[in-house]
Design a protein around this ligand. Structure first.
Ligand SMILES: Cc1cc2nc3c(=O)[nH]c(=O)nc-3n(C[C@H](O)[C@H](O)[C@H](O)COP(=O)(O)OP(=O)(O)OC[C@H]3O[C@@H](n4cnc5c(N)ncnc54)[C@H](O)[C@@H]3O)c2cc1C
Length: 496
């Protein structure tokens, strides 16, 4: 998904209102601290226990009022202004164990933060404990075994750059400052996916701290059912401190941006695009995004890449060039790292966002009419609609082979409304309502959901559509590894 295309919703705060008034207290050493429990009720953290946790950690434990608190609590989507009671910045698996054990002992609301890019603000919380993995960004490549060991808080840029140093890569998302953690645990759709599968399809192992504070090695031999669950089952089963991925040889790609003005030919352009993608080679990725550029011009933008031999690329992308008279054509030979970083603007987004999305199987005439109808009625300066192609290798994995169920989908679609961070309440609501209205028209044309493209207001309702027949197996796994549902700020599977 293009960075500009991000939505996020301001949503249900899990913390009780009373916490808001207490959150400034307790930063002093030895002082008790007000917090929020898993059930949403207020609880008091004893000063001595907080001090013990601080002493146990190699990383910092940051409370409200302490230096760095406001920076540490910030999420990528500024629509969510969360105020945790404590933030544990973990420097290693032992820190994560200490933080998880503290959380379990108190039953405190617990968020796990990887790259912090959740659209629904799920890596933060009001009044709870944030287990912050952002210091865990180490990446180690074994070029002979073609394996990458990746810290639980690493960003795609960390993984892509280190692996490309050896001419290798594993499928990831299309924006380099997204977190490997959330992306992989939910699925992971990107430029290499049609050829090599989802990020989670390339996950061969992990190290996980489960809700009981236990350390688990996960692989095809050790805890294989847990490995199955990590492949799309989101952050439900524990904190992944290290991911292990298989790697592929990935040389220079051919790609860039191809854009066309939105005009009377838009309907035919979308038809021709979808017809071409239906028979496109696995090596070709062409994400479509409709929004306005910085000058307010409405554009259909294709994020194109071809990961096969460069000599075949011009021929492979030629039908896309014939879609219309291009406004921009930057296609050419480019490194994978360059393409992955082409849409980056590190740090939090400058817009709050509200996003809805679902999976699309067939781009029917009715679907195109609805998309065009949404574009005609939306204010395009604050609205974005996108399609990420799936299919290829992703579709050849059987639904029950990983927790990621929806293998027949051909696109992941999103609509989002966005607003400047200083926008007033009415503007925010107008943009949320606008995106929601488009979604209401598009949702009946979707088949299934993708947990990484979701807002905080639909995490429960969309689970069945995301997990299909895998849900019961996931619920049993959840019961085995997290019976109290400590890890609930995610696409939450209820233990059963
Ligand atoms: C700019 C942008 C571009 C995107 N592009 C794509 C794309 O191309 N393809 C795609 O598939 N998705 C894309 N997404 C969606 C993305 O996959 C999700 O937002 C994902 O959750 C981000 O992961 P994160 O670690 O950064 O997020 P976080 O907010 O840190 O975490 C998201 C969820 O994962 C859990 N989690 C994270 N790390 C761990 C861990 N190590 N152990 C246990 N739980 C963990 C968190 O608790 C939370 O529930 C994009 C999102 C953004 C904002």
């Amino acid at each position: 998904m293009k960075r500009r295309a991000f939505v996020a919703a301001g949503l249900a705060a899990l913390a009780s209102a009373s916490f808001t008034h207490r959150r400034a207290f307790g930063a002093t050493a030895g002082a008790d601290l007000g917090a929020v429990g898993l059930d949403g009720a207020a609880l008091i953290l004893k000063g001595k226990d907080i001090d013990d946790l601080r002493a146990a950690l190699r990383g910092e434990l940051i409370a409200p009022g302490q230096a760095g608190y406001d920076q540490a609590r910030r999420l990528w989507n500024p629509a969510f202004d969360r105020h945790p009671a404590l933030i544990a910045r973990c420097l290693g698996a032992a820190d994560v164990r200490s933080a998880v054990s503290f959380a379990a002992a108190y039953g405190i609301l617990t968020a796990v933060r990887g790259g912090g890019h959740s659209f629904g603000g799920q890596s933060g919380c009001d009044g709870g404990l944030v287990i912050d993995l952002s210091p865990l960004r180490a990446v180690e490549i074994d070029p002979l075994a073609r394996r990458a060991r990746v810290g639980g808080g690493a960003l795609l840029a960390n993984l892509d750059r280190e692996a490309q140093g050896f001419g290798l890569a594993t499928p990831a998302g299309v924006v380099a400052d997204t977190g490997v953690g959330g992306l992989t645990l939910g699925g992971g759709i990107g430029r290499l996916g049609r050829r090599y599968g989802l990020s989670c399809d390339n996950l061969v192992g992990a190290e996980v701290i489960t809700a009981d504070g236990g350390w688990r090695r996960v692989s095809a031999e050790d805890n294989p059912e847990l490995l199955w669950g990590l492949k799309g089952g989101a952050g439900n089963f524990g904190v992944v401190t290290e991911f292990i991925f298989g790697l592929h040889e990935v040389g220079p790609l051919y790609g860039g941006t191809l854009s066309f003005p939105v005009d009377a030919t838009a309907r035919q352009l979308l038809r021709n695009y979808a017809d071409f993608m239906a028979g496109a080679p696995d090596e070709l990725y062409a994400g479509l995004d409709v929004s306005a550029d910085d000058h307010g011009q409405r554009l259909i933008e294709l994020d194109v890449s071809y990961c096969g031999p460069v000599r075949d690329a011009e021929r492979a992308v030629a039908p896309l060039r014939r879609l219309g008279k291009a406004h921009e054509d930057s296609l050419g030979v480019a490194s994978y790292v360059k393409l992955q970083g082409s849409d980056d603007a590190p740090g939090a987004a400058h817009h709050g966002m509200y996003l809805k999305g679902g999976l699309v199987r067939d781009v029917t005439a009715g679907f195109i009419d609805t998309v065009v109808g949404c574009l005609e009625s939306a204010r395009l300066d604050t609205f974005d609609l996108g399609l990420q192609p799936i299919g290829g290798a992703i579709g050849r994995v059987r639904p029950a082979d990983t927790a990621f169920w929806n293998r027949a989908a051909n696109y992941s679609m999103h609509v989002l409304g966005y607003w400047k961070t200083d926008a007033d309440h009415d503007t925010v609501e107008r943009n949320k309502v606008g995106a929601g209205a488009s979604w209401q028209r598009l949702e009946p044309l979707t088949h299934g959901r993708y947990v990484n493209i979701a807002s905080g207001d639909d995490h429960d309702s969309h689970l069945a559509a995301a997990y299909g027949d895998n849900y019961q197996r996931l619920a049993a796994l959840k019961k085995q590894y997290d019976p109290r549902n400590l890890f609930r700020l995610n696409a939450n599977i209820k233990p059963a």
